[in-house]
Design a protein around this ligand. Structure first.
Ligand SMILES: [Zn+2]
Length: 672
């Protein structure tokens, strides 16, 4: 197919658009792609083979009709009998691809030569690739209108990251660049394959799985499972480079019961080599309250530049497309203001608080590309009390409202804002201010205890991790059991930390509390002072924090307790088996995904660090941690940087170690 006519067609595409582009809003442009129509010139085809990237598709017999967006042909629809085979040539993803295909889909992965293959049949297919030629055949067939309608309805049940915005982004940013998106239906498994050289720079095979919600009355949707993800233009082991970086976020939030008005002022900086005319970022479209029958809309009302000019945008399916007023030159910043509103503050499990957490409640590029300073003002109606990540700039009480302003002047990601039935106590200890927020009740004793515990753990870490990254630290009680979360300069910790003797559950969970506290505090170094650039490197955060927590256990309870923790990690690693490598832990799908991911990030990962510790010896290993922190302060870490620092400190290559135990699934052994 696909290369021969490209140049010609793309040329006419640009020409054809230039008259329309000015009048057409961004949403109209996206709608054009979101509601394609079927052309009249249908043809009968037999045994047509198409090969693009790593997929080979055979249209055995059936009817092909062109698919149009407006008047432009953007691909074709096929109704008949066909089959496809996809090949991964990326060995790093084979274990997880095999696991996911075999355990979470109706496919079965198979080895062939130097590839891992997945195949299936289909009875209809939508192939979107603007500028490409539609397969030729015998004229005179009836267009398969009914099958086409049905196909569009079925695939519209995927409610994330729609292809229409991707196509509009391509049209604006790189109208000559190849892009292919194929939806396959009627085989063992509904699937999407795409190859995107403009934005994601990747080729992906996705399985669609029916997602039944908690309520039988809620319409079902497709859940998306990535089976293969092969990067284009970089190695699998190299983190992607973002084109734009979010460098400043300033939210102003007004919250009354479940209703929020949110204004966010953001600064974005171009890291690309070419000017950027369009941003395509995450912004949630909806918020699930108690069930899928109660879905709240997060409405983006307007976007403006800092000098008040309206910015054209399209917001749908959790993604936001923005037409910048003028192209952003390499290295240049742009500041934009977003106004949102909605009943987006439903209380989690009927508790008396709300949370703006990790699900892109402000326009965000995702982890890779987020490194911003922060100033947040949150105004909540009494009796709720506001809490936000960062150093407290001011707290005000006026009439019916409580207002808080915080800021963080180091680059961060994943900040949080809450409002709720909280009591906040401020305690200064060893020159650091702690804000302890207890849920529902004042709890002086807990506050005092938790500040002492935090301060002890920080003092334990500082000699080998360097100074604690923040002047102030906020500890928030979450009305649940058995977990902690570590936003920047903040810790969420469940009830047992505040009331260890309250009931059987708090008693049980409070036994492991110090280790959990130590893990969450370590995240301020591993996770925030050093960030992780993408899913593949999340061990920089979780495994390193887990390891530091074990060092705290060793200091408190001795070598026996530490050795037990190390044996537990080894056991967890072996329980998770060879279902995935450590960097692909986040790709695990299927029933055992949760357990296996834990076994990798909180088993294999810290176990590798225990082995390095034993090999390097006490002094050198602690120097390794400390050097890492000071070298990569406020930047990202990676396994490649870990290996090269180890090489530098020991004079020995760790390439083989990482090949086998990090990028591979071999079990390492603890040296005697
Ligand atoms: Zn963690």
């Amino acid at each position: 197919m696909i290369t021969s006519n490209r140049f010609l067609l793309v040329g006419s595409l640009i020409f054809g658009l230039s008259g329309v582009a000015r009048a057409e809003t961004l949403s109209a442009q996206v709608d054009r792609y979101a509601h394609p129509t079927l052309g009249k010139d249908a043809v009968t085809v037999a045994n047509v083979t198409l090969q693009v990237g790593h997929i080979k598709v055979t249209l055995a017999k059936g009817v092909v009709a062109p698919v149009l967006a407006g008047t432009e042909t953007i691909g074709f629809f096929f109704d008949g009998e066909g089959k496809w085979t996809y090949a991964s040539d990326t060995p790093e993803e084979w274990p997880v691809m095999r696991h996911d295909a075999d355990r979470a889909t109706r496919w079965k992965a198979r080895d062939e030569g130097k590839s891992l293959l997945v195949s299936d049949a289909f009875d209809d297919l939508l192939w979107l690739a603007p500028g490409e030629k539609v397969p030729a055949g015998t004229a005179g067939a009836a267009p398969p209108e009914h099958a086409f309608r049905k196909h569009l309805e079925t695939f519209a049940r995927r409610k994330s990251d729609g292809v229409a915005q991707r196509l509009a982004y391509r049209e604006r940013m790189a109208p000559a660049a190849p892009f292919s998106w194929v939806e396959l239906s009627g085989g063992k498994q509904e699937a999407i394959w795409f190859r995107d050289e403009i934005e994601s720079h990747a080729e992906d095979l996705i399985a669609l799985k029916k997602l039944e919600f908690d309520s039988a009355n809620a319409p079902w949707e497709w859940a998306v499972e990535t089976i293969s993800d092969q990067p284009i233009g970089r190695g699998f082991r190299e983190p992607p480079r973002p084109d734009v970086v979010l460098t400043r976020v300033e939210p102003e939030i007004e919250a009354e019961k479940e209703h929020a008005k949110i204004r966010v002022t953001e600064t974005w900086e171009s890291a690309a080599k070419e000017p950027i005319s369009t941003l395509h970022v995450n912004l949630r479209s909806r918020v699930f309250a108690d069930s899928a029958l109660d879905i709240r809309k997060n409405e983006l009302l307007k976007v403006e530049t800092s000098d008040g000019h309206a910015v054209d945008f399209d917001h749908r399916d959790g993604r936001l497309l923005l037409a910048l007023p003028k192209p952003l030159a390499p290295g240049q910043p742009v500041t934009l203001r977003f106004d949102m509103e909605g009943d987006v503050l439903p209380p989690p499990s009927h508790d008396s608080y709300w949370l703006l957490g990790f699900d892109s409640w402000y326009p965000s590029p995702g982890l890779n590309g987020s490194a911003f300073t922060w100033r947040c003002t949150v105004r909540v109606r009494k009796p709720f009390v506001p809490i936000a990540s960062g150093t407290v700039v001011s707290r005000k009480e006026e009439k019916d409202w409580n207002t808080l302003t915080t800021e963080l002047d180091h680059p961060i990601f994943l900040p949080v804002v809450l409002g709720g039935s909280y009591h906040v106590e401020d305690v200064v200890k060893d020159g650091r201010t702690y804000h302890v927020a207890s849920y529902a009740y004042v709890n002086h004793r807990a506050t005092e205890h938790l500040v002492t515990l935090s301060s002890q753990i920080i003092k334990f870490y500082e000699p080998f991790l360097g100074p604690f990254p923040w002047k102030e630290f906020t500890i928030v009680e979450i009305n649940s059991y058995g977990f902690g979360i570590a936003p920047p300069a903040t810790m969420f910790i469940t009830r047992e930390a505040f009331s260890p003797h309250e009931d059987d559950l708090t008693k049980m969970f409070s036994r492991s509390l110090t280790a959990r506290f130590a893990h969450e505090i370590a995240h301020q170094w591993w996770g925030h002072q050093i960030k992780w650039p993408d899913d593949e490197e999340e061990w920089m955060s979780e495994s390193f924090a887990e390891y530091c927590s074990a060092l705290q256990v060793r200091a408190e309870k001795g070598n026996g307790a530490y050795n037990q923790v190390v044996r537990d990690w080894e056991g967890r690693m072996k329980d998770s088996g060879i279902s995935a490598t450590l960097p692909t832990a986040n790709r695990l799908e299927g029933e055992t995904a949760f357990r296996d991911r834990m076994g990798l990030l909180y088993g294999r990962g810290p176990f590798l660090l225990a082995i390095l510790h034993k090999e390097l010896g006490e002094e050198k290993f602690l120097t390794f941690l400390k050097t890492f922190q000071s070298n990569r302060k406020w930047q990202t870490g990676s396994s490649a940087l870990t290996a090269s620092l180890l090489h530098y400190l020991t004079g020995k290559s760790y390439a083989d170690f990482f090949d086998r135990y990090f990028w591979g699934t071999e079990y390492p052994k603890l040296p005697k």
